[in-house]
Design a protein around this ligand. Structure first.
Ligand code: SAM
Ligand code: SF4
Length: 346
């Protein structure tokens, strides 16, 4: 049972953040750490250099930052990473942030996790007003899972998923579609998710950060291929369901469940982009697929009144670009942006 009320209209609210293309920024994704207990092959290289802890914003600073975005109209906050549940004392941040759910200023507090720590945290997250979580699970095969994550333990993730469901959280599974890796599992993953009342979403691999052990073009498959595979076994019906994100959903007639497709490469969704991303060091990225960024850590530390922080956010939103220019092909060897998804916060 979630005790938190839904958003109330507040006539005293500060002006919303609107970018030069008229898009209101209502969604903030906040990375609370660049560290992770996994090393997924499409996300990180095997020997990642992580940031020194002193560079990270403190939990209090992260909370101040969120409060300013919420005051300016952010209605949805997603905590991510790296692996967000690896950040020490992360629950205290969720507890602090839950006051915005209680006040009704924030509509949703959620997280994306690899699930490894979810068994331990699911109940407490639900108590903080979290209602939905995204869990990344690319395969149902424990051995393949180990190869893909390099360090991950499949059973622990499944235990985390079960704990989340027991705690009453709505769980969405996310799988990156990887050529020659989980191509044979799209149907099974969907059956698995729907059998437990979870949505299933597939994601195209994006060219973010250097990885070792292969080229992106060798990992990439357009989601049209996933859809074809699913259509061999299932009847897919168009539906209108939207979660405010880039996923486009269909209903699987045989299971009654939803399947989502996130296609940044084969179908660009920038025109309706309502989001920004903040890294654990306080760097604000106005677009996942562009290098331009604004430092919020210096203004955050410059004065306790948050005046400098507000001004820095205002200036940055005016630079939000129209869209990304991701390309994955044989001629484009370098990643579109040099930072990893784990830095920006996926
Ligand atoms: N560690 C958490 C997790 O794995 O869910 C949260 C952070 S992770 C960076 C967020 C999402 O980004 C995961 O679903 C992951 O599969 C996805 N991801 C990472 N690198 C990616 C890439 N290069 N292309 C597409 N998705 C990627
Ligand atoms: Fe870690 Fe998530 Fe990246 Fe995998 S996708 S290495 S779990 S941050």
């Amino acid at each position: 049972m979630n005790p938190h009320p839904k958003i109330a209209f507040d006539p005293t609210a500060a002006a919303p953040l609107i970018d030069p293309f008229g898009r209101a920024i209502s969604y903030v994704r906040l990375s609370v750490t660049d560290r992770c207990d996994f090393r997924c092959v499409y996300c990180m290289s095997e020997h990642m250099q992580f940031l020194p802890r002193r560079d990270l914003l403190t939990l209090e600073e992260l909370d101040r930052l969120c409060a300013v975005f919420i005051e300016r109209g952010a209605r949805k906050l997603r905590i991510t990473g790296g692996e967000p549940l690896m950040r020490r004392d992360i629950l205290s941040l969720f507890r602090l942030l839950s006051r915005h759910l209680v006040s009704g200023k924030l509509g949703e507090l959620t997280l994306t996790t690899n699930g490894s720590q979810l068994e331990r945290y699911a109940e407490a997250l639900a108590d903080c007003g979290v209602e939905r979580v995204n869990v990344s699970l690319d395969t149902l095969d424990p051995e393949r899972f180990r190869q893909l994550t390099r360090t991950g333990e499949h059973a622990r993730v499944l235990a985390g998923v079960d704990a989340a469901l027991r705690a009453g959280l709505a769980v969405k599974l996310n799988a990156v579609a990887l050529k020659g890796v989980n191509e044979t599992e799209f149907v099974e993953l969907t059956r698995f998710a729907h059998g437990r009342g979870m949505d299933m979403t597939f994601i195209e691999v994006m060219p973010l950060g250097e990885i070792d052990g292969g080229e992106r073009i060798d990992q990439y498959i357009p989601l049209s291929r996933v859809r074809e595979r699913l259509a061999e076994q299932f009847t897919l019906d168009e539906i209108d369901y939207r979660t405010g994100g880039p996923a486009r959903y269909m209903r699987v007639a045989e299971t009654g469940g939803r399947v989502g497709f996130i296609t940044p490469l084969s179908h660009n969704f920038c025109e309706s982009c309502n989001r920004v991303r903040v890294t654990c060091t306080g760097t604000l990225y106005m677009c996942l697929g562009q290098e331009d960024a604004a430092d919020l850590r210096a203004p955050l530390r410059a004065d306790a009144s948050d005046a400098s922080l507000r001004a820095a956010i205002d200036a940055a939103i005016l630079r939000k670009p129209k869209g990304h220019d991701f390309v994955i092909d044989r001629a484009t060897r370098a990643p579109a942006v040099s930072r990893h998804m784990s830095t920006t916060g996926g």
